[in-house]
Write a protein that binds this ligand. Structure first.
Ligand SMILES: [Zn+2]
Length: 374
């Protein structure tokens, strides 16, 4: 709590300054008992005092602007909303989460599924543990997204803000006045264009031609994913499909006869060439989004803005972590991790001196307890 209070007192201006049109937003928060409060309206002037008195564990604002932000959703009167894209590790198919099983009694750690402790036969609990390079996967996907936003869709660079989400990904907020008033249907079209949801190779037009050509290129390059999605007979069928591409009737007939291949191609294109965002965040105009520069309650990290040119070198566990005075903490399991400027080796069941931000990160995950001042 003290950690939050100290941070918020010092950063009110930054938070208020980064919530555009704050008086038209719905403000919401979760307190330290885990209770959510919604439909709050605040002026720029009142926000700071409110923030310190409520001290939220998690702070949100609506992506939309309203005439009456404090009324129930059906009476708010919608006035537009930012276009937001959410990249989260959980939506990226190449990412597989890493877990440990921790004994409730003797604190033994198992890296393979073990519902019962092999040393004392007590029950274990399953805990998600980040790997060193997990967030690089999310960063790569963010670059793919930004590439599509800037180059293909020609959306405005100077009205875009990139944020580290505070946990497992990145948010891209677009504030352009041209886009804030687009309706849900148009937002769905933009989402479909980005994700390739609804892509069907059987609807032949220029976009689909491009993807057939890309698949052929992938076959020629022997890209490893090709063999995950297609067997040898599928590959022969794709090649023959490609040869019939200019005879549209024949092309369609081939796909109609072979729904299985059609589905395989569609899945391949969506998974390999689609950009993996959490689509609802882009399309749902009544959605809440974590407030910039607020603390993420589960990680203790900041939702921090990152300039495009700094994104490549951005390290969340260094650049979005807070006060790094050292504390004593009882660690159950510390994964190999770079935190701040320092690399920590794996550690098991030991009291350690760690930066406060890392101690909080571990405690919130159930990997440490009993934090004390040195
Ligand atoms: Zn045990």
């Amino acid at each position: 709590m003290e950690y939050y209070k100290k941070y918020y007192i010092n950063n009110i201006e930054k938070i208020v300054g980064s919530i555009r049109k704050i008086e038209s937003r719905e403000i919401a928060y979760i307190d330290f008992d885990g209770i959510m409060y919604r439909h709050i309206a605040l002026s720029k002037g009142d926000f700071g005092e409110w923030l310190i008195s409520q001290l939220p564990r998690d702070l949100y604002h609506s992506s939309s602007y309203y005439l009456f932000p404090d009324r129930p959703i059906e009476d708010k009167v919608w006035r537009g909303g930012d276009l937001i894209f959410d990249i989260d590790l959980d939506h990226i198919p190449t990412y597989t989460p890493n877990f440990i099983w921790l004994c409730n009694k003797c604190n033994a750690v198992f890296k393979k599924e073990a519902s019962i402790c092999e040393q004392c036969n007590s029950k274990t609990r399953k805990i998600h543990v980040p790997r060193m390079n997990d967030l690089e996967i999310a960063k790569k996907e963010t670059f793919r997204l930004l590439d599509a936003i800037y180059k293909i869709m020609a959306l405005p660079v100077d009205e875009t803000q990139i944020y580290f989400s505070g946990a497992r990904g990145y948010h891209v907020h677009i504030y352009s006045d041209v886009l804030t008033t687009i309706d849900t249907r148009t937002r769905i079209e933009i989402k479909d264009f980005i994700t390739l949801d609804g892509f069907d190779i059987a609807n032949m037009h220029y976009l689909n031609r491009t993807y057939i050509e890309r698949i052929i290129g992938d076959i020629q390059k022997q890209r490893k994913e090709i063999y995950q999605y297609f067997n040898n007979s599928d590959i022969n069928l794709v090649l023959s499909l490609y040869r019939s591409m200019n005879k549209i009737k024949m092309f369609r007939e081939k796909l109609q006869r072979n729904r299985r291949l059609r589905n395989k191609i569609n899945n391949y294109v969506r998974e390999i060439y689609g950009i993996h965002i959490d689509g609802v965040v882009t399309t749902d105009i009544s959605r809440l989004i974590r407030a910039p520069y607020s603390i993420h309650g589960k990680t203790g990290l900041i939702k921090k803005s990152v300039e495009y040119d700094s994104l490549d070198g951005f390290m969340p566990y260094r650049d979005a972590a807070l006060y790094n005075e050292e504390v004593l903490v009882k660690v159950l399991y510390l994964p190999n991790i770079i935190w701040g400027e320092k690399e920590y080796e794996e550690a098991y069941d030991v009291e350690m001196k760690l930066p406060l931000s890392l101690a909080i990160f571990l405690v919130n995950r159930g990997l440490a307890y009993d934090t004390r001042r040195v």
